[in-house]
Design a protein around this ligand. Structure first.
Ligand SMILES: NC(=O)c1ccc[n+]([C@@H]2O[C@H](COP(=O)([O-])OP(=O)(O)OC[C@H]3O[C@@H](n4cnc5c(N)ncnc54)[C@H](OP(=O)(O)O)[C@@H]3O)[C@@H](O)[C@H]2O)c1
Length: 469
């Protein structure tokens, strides 16, 4: 048997340390050998929660099945991990000492028959690995990374366009895992408003934000989906304190009524996530007479964000607005007069891409205008994720690309990071993919003239006014 023992002290509350470590999905962020970890039992983390952890030890890939076998909140956790070569018992004890939390970590490895005889050769390497892992945990909990910058290699890929687009696939997400910094932040007491919460990226986002402790107001369109959403959130996270608001966001009257309700409640908003969206293959007008792609993808987030601005302003930390756009926008240039497509020229994918391009530009304009008010605005695109929206609007694309599509959780990862991570608050007016700021233009011909940028807000407002008249 080899026993490793390490101790660290970090400037974080004992509750934060316990929550971060007991969610063993985080092990991939700080352990020297873990490359991926997922929770494989439903419900909040607790006694009996199991995780599958994939490790790389030298050239050898190892799969470990971990289970929490003792769980004493804020005090200690014991996990047992089993692999084909060994069993490990991790005993983690948390102690509060002034403003610091001390973490004592003991790992006892018992090797299976035949391997035990190599223990002497293995021991030095294991000790080194244990010490690196605890240093990784200390860094993760000290939680002070600087805001990310565009890496040289991503900038090169974007210059060649095709490799840049290839990163929209699950390979882009996997590639980004090696580069990212741990995120041990929580959102306790922070109010997050999220649209399109019942499906795809929105659902993955609200589960993660509920786990992070956020006070959630979730906007959905269909009241019949409310119960199912609340049930999923309760069974996944144990949370029963989630607020649901119903609004058809393609209707400006509904957006206004929703904003009025939230303004009346008066709860300051720390994070607003404009996620609801759809690609409409067929041309249609809303009952207010607006073309539906324009209405849902552009007019709606614009009106909602403007209306909620009094709640976004002037809190203890800067508020964040996150606009979910799409890599499709890289194909289109902003031309205000072309934002509303009409038959026979209407093409759903074009109308969608143009609206998402315009929302990306709006994010930059708002970031500039609202910087002085302490409002951070960023756009993100999720790459290509296998969601119900993609299945229904793009069935052919989905069947061709199915093997390389991201999961909803992978697509939502950057939304969650932008909402939560401390360092994400250090950048505003940027477009992100996989937690990295990216160029908004892969093709120089899609760069809009300054005059189009200057007209954009007035153009959208005029359409909204006409719809409300
Ligand atoms: N998946 C991708 O690969 C991908 C790529 C680029 C960008 N995006 C963007 O990511 C966001 C989420 O898309 P998704 O892929 O997760 O699609 P999804 O599974 O269809 O989810 C879209 C969400 O938006 C809601 N929504 C649609 N129309 C609405 C309306 N009129 N009023 C209120 N809510 C409405 C939907 O509600 P219902 O369930 O009631 O319809 C659903 O909750 C969208 O903005 C999309 O454009 C996705």
């Amino acid at each position: 048997m080899i026993t490793l023992h390490e101790e660290i002290a970090v400037q974080r509350s004992i509750e934060d340390c316990f929550r971060y470590v007991s969610d063993f999905r985080t092990v991939a962020e700080w352990d020297a050998t873990a490359i991926a970890s997922k929770k494989c039992t439903p419900g909040p983390i607790g006694l009996g929660t199991r995780f599958i952890v994939h490790c790389l030890v030298g050239p050898t890939k190892l799969r470990l099945e971990y289970e929490i076998v003792e769980y004493c909140p804020w005090a200690s956790i014991v996990l047992v991990g089993k692999s084909r070569f060994f069993e490990v018992r991790d005993v983690i004890v948390f102690t509060e000492k002034g403003a610091q939390t001390h973490i004592s970590y003991t790992a006892e490895f018992k090797y299976h028959l035949g391997i035990g005889s190599f223990e002497n050769q293995l021991e030095a390497g294991m000790r080194d690995m244990g010490s690196q892992s605890l240093q990784g945990l200390k860094e993760a909990l000290d939680n002070n990374p600087s805001p990310p910058t565009l890496s040289d290699c991503t900038a090169r890929a974007d210059r060649w366009v095709a490799p840049g687009v290839a990163m929209f696939s699950k390979w882009g997400y996997r590639r980004s895992l090696a580069r990212r910094k741990p995120d041990s932040s929580f959102l306790d007491g922070q109010h997050v408003v999220l649209t399109g919460a019942n499906s795809g990226l929105g659902l993955a986002t609200c589960i993660a934000l509920a786990e992070a402790g956020a006070d959630l107001t979730l906007v959905i369109r269909n009241p019949a989906k409310q119960e199912a959403l609340l049930q999923v959130l309760e069974s996944e996270t144990g949370r029963t304190d989630i607020t649901i608001e119903i609004a058809d966001l393609s209707l400006m009257a509904d957006v206004t009524a929703l904003s009025d309700r939230l303004l009346r409640k008066g709860t300051p908003i720390d994070v607003l996530i404009n996620n609801a969206g759809a690609l409409f293959n067929d041309y249609a007008l809303t009952s207010e007479g607006l073309e539906q792609s324009f209405a849902l993808l552009l007019a709606s987030p614009s009106l909602l964000t403007h209306k909620l601005r009094p709640l976004l302003k002037g809190h203890h930390t800067p508020s964040r607005v996150i606009n979910v756009v799409s890599g499709g926008m890289y194909t289109e240039k902003l031309v205000c007069e072309r934002l509303i497509m009409t038959p026979p020229h209407y093409q759903g994918a074009k109308a969608y891409a143009r609206a998402k391009r315009a929302l990306t530009v709006l994010s930059e304009l708002w970031a500039e205008q609202w910087r002085k008010d302490g409002i951070i605005v960023n756009a993100m695109h999720p790459g290509w994720a296998d969601t119900p929206g993609v299945a229904s609007a793009l069935p052919t694309f989905r069947s061709i690309t199915r093997r390389i599509l991201r999961t909803s959780e992978e697509g939502a990862d950057t939304i969650i990071w932008l909402a939560k991570a401390k360092e994400a608050g250090g950048l505003s007016g940027r477009l992100f993919l996989d937690r990295e700021p990216r160029t908004p233009y892969l093709l120089s011909k899609t760069q809009e003239p300054a005059a189009q940028r200057a007209q954009l807000e007035a153009f959208i407002d005029a359409q909204i006014e006409a719809a409300q008249a």
